[in-house]
Ligand binder design. Structure first.
Ligand SMILES: Nc1nc2c(ncn2[C@@H]2O[C@H](COP(=O)(O)OP(=O)(O)OP(=O)(O)O)[C@@H](O)[C@H]2O)c(=O)[nH]1
Length: 517
C-alpha cells in the first residue's frame, strides 16, 4: 500500500514537472515568436527602405518580407539569403559610386559659382567652406541632399544679386537718354489719337524711378508710333499720286482719242472739200460749155443736187465732230474737276499736317519750328518797314519744385494754363511760342521802348495772379522775363541772345521780374 501511494505521489510530481516544463516551453516559444516577429518587422522595414533601386533586389526582398512574416516558411528564407546579401552589396557599391559622382558634380558646380565676377565676398567665403566640406566622401544619400539644398541656396543668392544689379543699375547715360527722348517727343508732333499715349510716355521718362526696361520700352513704343505715322503719310501721298496718275492717264487717252478722230475727220473733210470743189467746177464748166438753156438748167440742177448732198455730208461730219469734241471736253472737264478736288483735299491735309507740325502738343502753342519761321517773317518785316520789334524770353520760376512737390502731370497742367494765359494776354499781331521745357518766347512788333516794360510786366502780373491750387495748397507761380529790341543792322538771332542774357539776369536778381536789355 505504501509503495502504491508513493508511486502515485511520484507520478503526480512528474505530472506537475511536465506541466511546468510545458508552460516554460510555451513561454520560450512565445518569446522566440515575438523576437522573430520583431526581426521580421525590422527586415520588412529595411527591405522597404531599399525598394526602388533594383528590380531583382525588390523581388527578392518582397519574397523575404512574406516569408519572414510567416514562420512556417522560415526555412525557405535561408537559401535565399546569400543571394539577397550579394545583391545588397552590389547595390551598396552602386550607390557609393553614384554618390561619389554627385560629390564631384557638386564640387565642380560650386567652383564655377565662385568664378562669377560679381559674387559678393561673403558668399564666396561661404562657398569655400562648403567646398572644404565636400572633400569628405558621402556615405549615404542623406548626406548628399542637404549639400544640394545648400548649393541651390547659394545659386539663388547669386541670381538674386544679379537681378537686383540689373534693376538698380540705371546709369547716367540712361538718364541722359531718357531726357533726350522726352525732349524729342515734345518737339515731334503726333496725331491727336496718339497724344495721350505720348504724354504718358513723357511722364514715365521724366520719372525719378525710371527703370532701364521702361526706357527701352519707351524707345520701342515711340519708334512704333513714328513708323505708323510715316506709313500713314506714305499711303496718303501714294493714294494721291495714284489718283493723279489715273487722271493723267485718262486725260492722255481722251486727248489721243480725240486727236485720232480729228485726223480722221480732217481727211474726210478734205475729201468732201475736193468733192465740193469739183462739183462747183462742174457747175462752172457746164455754164461755159452748154448754151442751150434747158440742158444747162438740167445739168446745173444735177450738179447742185450733188453739191447739196456733199454739203449735207460735210455738215453731218462737222456736227459729229463737234459732238465728239464736246464729249471729250466734258470728260476732260470732269477729270480736271476731280483732280482739282483731290489736289485741294491733299493740300488741306498737308496744310493740317504742317499746322500740327508747328504746334506744341502739350500746350497747343506754336512750337520752336513755328517760332523760327515767325522770327524770319517778323525780321523781314522789320527790315522792310524799319518798325520796332521786341523779343522776350519768359521762364517759369522754380518750376522743378512744382514737379517735385506735386508730380509731373501737375507740372504739365501748370504749363498748359500758363501757355493759355500768355496767349490770351497778347494781341493778334503779337506771337508766343513754347521754346521748350518751361520757357516761352514772345515776338512783339510795333511797341515803343517806353511801353514794352509795362506790357511785359502786365503779362508777368497776369501769370502771378492765376489762382493755382495743388493738393489744397494755394500756389503762386511767377515768371522771369528778359527782353531786347532788334537793333538796326543786328541779326534777330543776336537779339535773341541778348534777351536770353537779360532773362539770366532776371533769374539772378531774385526772379519774378522783367529785365530789358
Ligand atoms: N511737367 C513738366 N516738366 C517739365 C517739362 N519740360 C521741362 N520740365 C521740367 O522743368 C524743370 C526745369 O527745371 P530747372 O531748369 O531747374 O528750372 P526751374 O526749377 O524752373 O528753376 P529756375 O528756372 O532757375 O527758376 C525740370 O524739372 C524739367 O523736368 C514738361 O513738359 N512738363
Amino acid at each position: 500500500m505504501n509503495d502504491d501511494s508513493s508511486s502515485v505521489s511520484q507520478v503526480s510530481l512528474l505530472k506537475q514537472k511536465l506541466q511546468a516544463t510545458k508552460v516554460a516551453l510555451e513561454e520560450i516559444n512565445e518569446d522566440r515568436n515575438s523576437k522573430l516577429m520583431a526581426l521580421a518587422q525590422l527586415i520588412t522595414q529595411m527591405s522597404l527602405a531599399c525598394k526602388g533601386h533594383n528590380l531583382e533586389l525588390d523581388n527578392k526582398l518582397a519574397k523575404l518580407r512574406i516569408n519572414v512574416g510567416n514562420f512556417e516558411h522560415l526555412d525557405e528564407v535561408l537559401p535565399e539569403l546569400p543571394e539577397i546579401e550579394r545583391l545588397l552589396k552590389n547595390q551598396y557599391h552602386l550607390v557609393t559610386g553614384k554618390l561619389e559622382q554627385s560629390r564631384t558634380g557638386l564640387t565642380n558646380f560650386s567652383r564655377e559659382l565662385q568664378r562669377i565676377d560679381s559674387l559678393p565676398e561673403k558668399l564666396s567665403r561661404e562657398i569655400s567652406i562648403f567646398r572644404q566640406e565636400l572633400s569628405k566622401p558621402f556615405h549615404s544619400i542623406w548626406e548628399y541632399i542637404p549639400k544640394v539644398e545648400q548649393l541651390i541656396g547659394y545659386y539663388e543668392q547669386v541670381l538674386l544679386k544679379q537681378q537686383q544689379g540689373e534693376v538698380l543699375e540705371l546709369l547716367p547715360i540712361h538718364r541722359q537718354l531718357s531726357h533726350e527722348l522726352a525732349q524729342l517727343i515734345t518737339d515731334i508732333e503726333f496725331p491727336k489719337p496718339q497724344r495721350a499715349q505720348v504724354l504718358q510716355l513723357k511722364e514715365v521718362l521724366s520719372s525719378d524711378t525710371l527703370q532701364v526696361e521702361e526706357l527701352l520700352s519707351a524707345y520701342q513704343t515711340i519708334l512704333r508710333l513714328l513708323l505708323e505715322n510715316i506709313a500713314r503719310e506714305k499711303s496718303t501721298s501714294q493714294e494721291f499720286l495714284q489718283t493723279l496718275n489715273d487722271a493723267l492717264t485718262s486725260v492722255r487717252d481722251i486727248v489721243s482719242d480725240s486727236y485720232s478722230q480729228t485726223q480722221h475727220s480732217q481727211q474726210s473733210k478734205q475729201r468732201l472739200n475736193l468733192e465740193i470743189n469739183s462739183q462747183v467746177n462742174n457747175v462752172l464748166g457746164s455754164i461755159n460749155e452748154i448754151d442751150e438753156i434747158s440742158l444747162l438748167k438740167q445739168k446745173i440742177t444735177e450738179h447742185l443736187s450733188a453739191l447739196q448732198n456733199s454739203l449735207a455730208r460735210k455738215e453731218a461730219l462737222e456736227q459729229r465732230e463737234t459732238a465728239l469734241l464736246q464729249k471729250s471736253v466734258n470728260t476732260l472737264r470732269k477729270e480736271l474737276a476731280d483732280l482739282s478736288a483731290e489736289t485741294l483735299s491733299y493740300k488741306e491735309r498737308l496744310f493740317e499736317q504742317q499746322k500740327i507740325n508747328q504746334l506744341d502738343s502739350l500746350t497747343q502753342l506754336p512750337n520752336r519750328a513755328a517760332l523760327d519761321e515767325r522770327m524770319e517773317q517778323e525780321f523781314r518785316r522789320f527790315q522792310h518797314n524799319q518798325s520796332t520789334l521786341w523779343i522776350a524770353v519768359a521762364d517759369i520760376d522754380h518750376f522743378k519744385l512744382i514737379n517735385d512737390s506735386f508730380g509731373h502731370s501737375t507740372g504739365d497742367k501748370t504749363l498748359q494754363v500758363i501757355a493759355m494765359a500768355l496767349k490770351n494776354s497778347l494781341r493778334d499781331t503779337e506771337f508766343v511760342a513754347r521754346y521748350g521745357g518751361e520757357e516761352f518766347v514772345l515776338l512783339i512788333p510795333d511797341v515803343s521802348a517806353n511801353d514794352i516794360t509795362q506790357l511785359l510786366n502786365r503779362v508777368r502780373e497776369k501769370i502771378k495772379n492765376i489762382p493755382f491750387k495743388f493738393k489744397n495748397q494755394r500756389i503762386t507761380v511767377t515768371l522771369s522775363i528778359g527782353a531786347a529790341q532788334v537793333f538796326n543792322g543786328e541779326h534777330i538771332l543776336d537779339t535773341f541772345e541778348r534777351a536770353d542774357a537779360a532773362l539770366y539776369k532776371a533769374k539772378h536778381e531774385s526772379r519774378d521780374r522783367v529785365i530789358i536789355d
